[in-house]
Design a protein around this ligand. Structure first.
Ligand SMILES: Cc1cc2nc3c(=O)[nH]c(=O)nc-3n(C[C@H](O)[C@H](O)[C@H](O)COP(=O)(O)OP(=O)(O)OC[C@H]3O[C@@H](n4cnc5c(N)ncnc54)[C@H](O)[C@@H]3O)c2cc1C
Length: 399
């Protein structure tokens, strides 16, 4: 499969091109025959555990964390590398992309705001694939409006007692530790939330329900019943949890766009292969202008998504604020990937809806990306807020 012409774009550096090429060849060798046929919870759990081990052994998870002293590829997380890895993995396996992303997201708060002891204890295991990470912020009544979360952590001597509920938690049930965001009450709203590391198996942490979804991966609802953890497991200062969560999402939001881009690129590749070989009406499907219009739309959409994704990642790596650019990338890439995959299903005809086919699995894999880490509507609000603010500032400066 062709990795894409974007590797020559100026957003990327030689090390990124080498990384993408090496990973493409590794993934083709190691993961291409790894398609999940059994969607039961135990089979999905096993597949994820195996993928964590494989990605750790392959050396790829060291890009998911920050801090060379703790097993990372560099001291700071390289957003472009994360995007290239997710895009490449997504072209071959949605589950492999998921596994990589969750190792990064679940440990991101430690990489960004953890103490030396926390980094030492958790990050090397995340990088080697010997510990599985999870990020637990959503609750039944706090999804898009995540600052409304109610799960609370009460200080009790040298410990915190966590009580409440979290839901839609990826890796719930198989994670070795959970990054949990809970209300500590320094202030109302977002400034009264702190981040905690809760090890799996801590008394009071219960996997209350396993949730099965259209693109199977481990997902669970968790309950915390006076779950006692040492105060040293708090990440960052009290009341800083929301800020740490947003800083983590600022890196990983662009990478959701990259995963969508990988799915769209695979759909385009499959659509080209099928339409140039499928015979009908005395020629092949790709000879018809109606098909060419679809292929043209898909190819243009893929490049638009890539441009926005790697612009956001590059800006982030340049140390710039990317709230608006990452939102643009996430919104555009996930929405147009859905359309591109739908066009591919159409080009495949009946074959496109057969369970287990690549195109059918892409159709299921893409859908949640338009919802998690901020639904498309939330990204629209972020972008609009950003451009309105920029307009007002420029008007003020002009007097
Ligand atoms: C597969 C999957 C994996 C997930 N993994 C994790 C995880 O690991 N950790 C975690 O903490 N959470 C996780 N989530 C939860 C995810 O972040 C939430 O689903 C998401 O934030 C949306 O929250 P909600 O589902 O409660 O939807 P709601 O907040 O109820 O929103 C429903 C819909 O309302 C619309 N909407 C939202 N805001 C507005 C608005 N202002 N104006 C108009 N319309 C609006 C959007 O279309 C949205 O989809 C996961 C979700 C999925 C689907």
């Amino acid at each position: 499969m062709v990795p894409g012409n974007h590797l020559d774009w100026p957003f990327l550096e030689p090390r990124h091109r080498a990384l993408a090429t090496e990973l493409d060849s590794w993934t083709g060798r190691v993961l291409s025959h790894n398609h999940l046929q059994d969607h039961s919870v135990p089979a999905v759990d096993d597949a994820c555990r195996k993928l964590v081990t494989q990605l750790g052994e392959g050396g790829w998870l060291k890009y998911a964390i920050g801090g060379a002293a703790y097993g990372a590829s560099a001291d700071t997380i390289d957003t472009r590398a994360i995007c290239l890895i997710r895009e490449t993995l997504a072209r071959y396996s949605g589950l492999a992309d998921f596994v990589f992303a969750m190792q990064g997201l679940g440990s991101g708060p430690i990489s960004l705001g953890g103490s030396h002891e926390q980094k030492q204890r958790y990050l090397p295991r995340v990088a080697s694939g010997s510990a599985i990470a999870a990020f637990a912020i959503s609750e039944p009544d706090a999804g898009s409006d995540v600052a409304a979360l109610q799960c609370e952590a009460r200080k009790d001597g040298d410990s915190y007692l966590i009580s409440g509920e979290k839901t839609w938690i990826s890796n719930g049930g198989i994670a070795d530790f959970y990054l949990v965001f809970a209300r500590t009450g320094e202030e109302a709203g977002a400034k009264g939330i702190s981040a905690f590391i809760v090890d799996a198996g801590t008394p009071g942490l219960v996997i209350a329900e396993r949730i099965e979804v259209m693109a199977p991966h481990p997902l669970a609802r968790l309950t915390f019943n006076d779950c006692r953890i040492p105060a040293a497991q708090r990440v960052g200062a009290p009341g800083q949890g929301f800020k740490i969560a947003m800083a983590t999402l600022d890196i990983f939001r662009s990478s959701v766009a990259a995963a969508a881009l990988g799915f769209a690129r695979r759909a385009l590749h499959e659509a080209l292969a099928r339409s140039t070989s499928r015979k009908m009406f005395g020629q092949v499907l790709a000879d018809f202008q109606l098909t060419q219009a679809k292929l043209a739309r898909m190819a243009t959409d893929v490049d638009s998504a890539a441009l926005l994704t790697y612009r956001a990642a590059w800006l982030k790596d340049m140390g710039r604020s990317v709230t608006v650019e990452a939102a643009m990338a996430k919104m555009t890439a996930t929405e147009i990937a859905q359309q591109a995959i739908d066009s591919a299903v159409q080009i495949f005809g009946a074959l496109g809806v057969v369970s287990g086919q690549v195109i059918e699995s892409l159709y299921r894999e893409i859908r949640p990306l338009r919802i998690y880490e901020g639904a498309t509507e939330v990204q629209q609000l972020i972008i609009a807020r950003g451009v309105i603010k920029a307009y007002k500032e420029s008007e003020r400066e002009r007097g």
